[in-house]
Ligand binder design. Sequence first.
Ligand code: HEC
Length: 110
Amino acid sequence: MKLRLRWFYLMFCVTTTLVSSAVAQKQAEQAAQEPETHARPLGTEFGYSIYEQTCTSCHGNPASETHAPDPAALRQMTPEAIYDALTTGSMAAIIGPKLTDEQKRRVAGL
Ligand code: HEC
């Protein structure tokens, strides 16, 4: 009887350890997959992915009829000037409603 109880206790410990480590691993995986909208500094790869999705149809697209300045020209601009173009300048009408203020800051590199 005593031996059985010890066996039961041992199995209980093993199971709890396994389950809790599986849960911890799952949580770590989920954390790694979540988009880090605020954790990253502004103007990093996240800004570039916005640029790729929202701007390259005109900027840097030889097939575009819009005569948008090419990316090299945009890179000469300060982040503030790009942000101003997106919020109050010539891009405001095109981009204004498509991006949030946070996204405009990121794509501008602010
Ligand atoms: C539908 C085409 C189109 C898209 C999409 C577009 N642009 Fe433009 N962009 C233009 C054109 C055309 C100009 C030139 C307009 C002008 O100078 O009046 C321009 C000019 C600019 C300028 C220079 C403005 C200035 O005052 O000199 C910046 C900066 C800019 N775009 C940034 C962006 C960014 C960043 C994105 C994406 C978030 C973007 N644009 C998306 C067409 C586009």
